[in-house]
Design a protein around this ligand. Sequence first.
Ligand code: COA
Ligand code: AMP
Length: 641
Amino acid sequence: MTSSGTTAGSRYAEVYGRWKADPAAFWAEAARAIDWSRPADRTFDPEAGVYGHWFVGAEVNACHNAVDRHVAGGRADQAAILYDSPVTGTTRRITYAELQEEVALLAAVLRDLGVERGDRVVLYMPMVPEALYGMLACARLGAVHSVVFGGFAAKELAARIEDAAPKLVLAASCGIEPGRVVAYKPLLDEACRLSNHKPQACLILQRPQGEAALAEGRDRDWAAEVAAAREAGRRADCVPVAATDPLYILYTSGTTGKPKGVVRDTGGYLVALTWSMLNLYGIQPGEVYWCASDVGWVVGHSYIVYGPLLHGCTTVLYEGKPVGTPDAGAFWRVIAETGAVALFTAPTALRAVKKEDPEAVLMRGHDLSRFRTLFLAGERADPDTVAWAERILGVPVIDHWWQTETGWPIAANPVGLGILPVKHGSPTVAMPGYDVQVLDEGGKPVPADTMGTIAIRLPLPPGCLPTLWRQDERFRESYLAAFPGYYNTSDAGFLDRDGYVYVMGRTDDIINVAGHRLSTGGMEEVLASHPAVAECAVIGIRDSLKGEAPCGFVVLKSGVARPPDVIERELVALVRERIGPVAAFRLALTVGRLPKTRSGKILRGTMKKIADGEPWTTPATIDDPAILEEISAALHARGLG
Ligand code: COA
Ligand code: AMP
């Protein structure tokens, strides 16, 4: 345990206790930080929604709270966004007044294209300011945005378009990855072709690095439409919506290839994020906050876009990588140049920096004097990486744990309330709103230091998902059915005697690759669709950079004459084509059989142990123990296990 503070100096216990004593009063108080068009009839209505609903009866607009009220309140000339793009060699400072103007113009364009309150708009955009304008323009109109990460392939985009049924798609002509321009438009065209739902229009942001041909009728040029709205003096005002209306849908990996549409309702999210900016992250309005994620992930929604802007901060929008754009000093340069007081990134990004510059030589010459805290999330923060970051930065390094579903951290070290002692390997303690319990298979809380499934006692706090998009039943089945009265996080771990949470891994087939959440079930569906594959299993194996990497074992159909290595290469290409480069699927191994129990269950856990080089024993239930030796040999042949 490293002491970065004392329990005695923290208000955490008092604040958590206050929440527990009266949750509704706690959140009603927090809600005072938000401008409401109409106050709530009830802070929490247990009869509304699937498990109750926050701020029932209230009306609010997210864009007003993130933008307009700051312009009116004296922040017009403060930077709202500092865009730093090493991949294009560009920086831009966008004030709150400029942000308001751009968002109001774009919202007018969207409105003219028929977008109304409740309509869905899909965004397929890289890390450019226009992505934020697009999200906020939707919020301004009361429309529901759904951002799709640029690393997903056309088929994944199609699945999201089909499910969300958007009136409009906002896309850029291309994204820029180190060394290559990723043409988004052909992927969008293919997705529109594959989807049964066809958007009425696509608004395309042409980027000079790779302009796209526009389709007659459907496609509109973003810049031309905005220029026309400006010329005509058209601006759209904020439309109040019900606090319980969805602000966005964000698709995340489920246990099958079909992604889950996580719904974020408006009012509770604004309240929870604002509370977290001050109390959890310890950030004051007006300060510069940097979250180095992507707007395609929940972390980007909450802490690149909404959290910092709601709180009147300056958000840093970074279009680059931790390494290679141009080097492992990029993070330190951006912190120094923007004056960021905090950085939020994934442990994998730090591992990449550490690998290239273990002594942080590239930090020299950068003024990090304003930098106070490093926050890590997205995957388990391994103690080595945390200790390294503490050593080179000399500031607290705070691991915190959450999920797309929750929208904001479940467990953290609340810097704003006074930091608690840091224990490496633990994201610290449950935040107010979350009654975190570790349960056994029968749903009974287990004693301290005992592993189990981590669950949250219902109701979930404001900001967490009320349901899945138009799938209440799937929501119940996926999250509420296993342990009545609880939300099942599908993470496994334990609580120690001090109430510190330890998150050790998933209980389902989700894996975490470079902080990206992926479904091995989804990858198996792709492998199984190859005509030569009889059976397959995908597991996540340990990776020193990315935390986990997917590894596919395939059994070929009898009579397949083509060499296994050719088929393996085809399988790697197929996953990239169907799911996208983000899956980072590079390893397919042909084996004679898959290890199974006598009842036919594939022994993934044992396969993972073999691949990770951990001690393993032959399960008593296996139908043929020799298969495990075969798996081990196949892995050894690739230098694994
Ligand atoms: N659009 C298109 N392609 C993308 C993309 C995007 N927005 N983001 C990633 N990709 C591609 C990459 O180019 C790479 O393609 P390749 O197979 O041709 O090399 C592939 O998807 C895998 O990307 P990634 O997992 O990011 O690996 P990487 O080797 O490019 O970079 C790291 C490694 C560690 C630097 C990088 O993963 C990283 O910065 N991770 C931080 C993760 C993070 O912030 N997660 C957010 C959750 S908190
Ligand atoms: P996502 O929904 O993409 O944000 O991924 C959420 C999952 O990532 C969680 O359910 C965990 O499995 C994992 N995760 C996120 N943050 C942490 C953390 N700090 N420690 C351990 N696992 C984490």
